[in-house]
Design a protein around this ligand. Structure first.
Ligand code: GLN
Length: 212
């Protein structure tokens, strides 16, 4: 199984390293042809305005949307979450509107440019997730099909899932955290082989573990 990492800009190499650490082949994706044969895709952090421009320039928008619509899992971190949001607060047009949320860019302002926080993410187990936030966005609205996976202590939403799309405000790949990538790989394996175990095995995300 191969999982792609959009490598137009930003912190893509760290995702390749995490994939390698969990025994999954990570492929740098720069052109539509690079998406062929992939079981899932990661949209890394970086700068979403630059990513928007490069996604347009290299014609990556339609093929990524098509991959997602076929059910392949997609994981966006930080700027990658902004790329996936159906709505960007402040009126910027959406980029690849695959996730029914509104995001606010740079939501923590200048004083709190970067910080780290321990997060409870029940679908990943009891051990907290160490989240690295760098000029991070937050989610200010979630659509009816969106599961909330994590909040900050003040209640702000920083991780969500809508069917095959996962997004985090923070960077798990910068903190030695591998569980989001493992979840993605599990979803990718199920996407590749939907028959296997269906009806017999519980889905990796149990509904009872997430907020709606
Ligand atoms: N602030 C960036 C943006 O708005 C995101 C930062 C990140 O990905 N670490 O695109």
């Amino acid at each position: 199984m191969k999982i792609g990492v959009l490598a137009l800009q930003g912190a893509f190499i760290e995702h390749i390293h995490v994939l390698r650490a969990i025994g999954v082949e990570g492929v740098e994706v720069r052109l539509p042809a690079d998406l062929e044969g992939l079981s899932g895709l990661i949209l890394p952090g970086g700068e979403s305005t630059t990513m928007r421009r490069l996604i347009d320039r290299w014609g990556m928008g339609e093929p990524i949307v098509a991959l997602a619509r076929r059910g392949a899992p997609i994981f966006g971190t930080c700027a990658g979450m902004i790329v996936l949001a159906r709505e960007i607060a402040g009126g910027e047009p959406p980029i690849l509107p695959l996730l029914d949320v509104t995001v606010e860019r740079n939501a923590f302002g200048r004083q709190l440019d970067s910080f780290e926080a321990e997060l409870r993410v029940p679908i990943l187990g009891d051990q907290p997730v160490h989240g690295v936030f760098i000029r991070a966005p937050v989610i200010t609205r979630t659509g009816p099909e969106v599961d909330i996976l994590a909040r900050l202590d003040d209640g702000r939403i920083v991780a969500v899932r809508e069917r095959n799309i996962i997004a985090t405000s923070f960077h798990p790949e910068l903190a030695g955290e591998t569980r989001f990538h493992r979840l993605l790989a599990t979803m990718a394996a199920e996407h590749d082989d939907p028959g296997e175990g269906s009806g017999r095995r519980p889905h990796p995300t149990r509904r009872s573990q997430v907020e709606r």
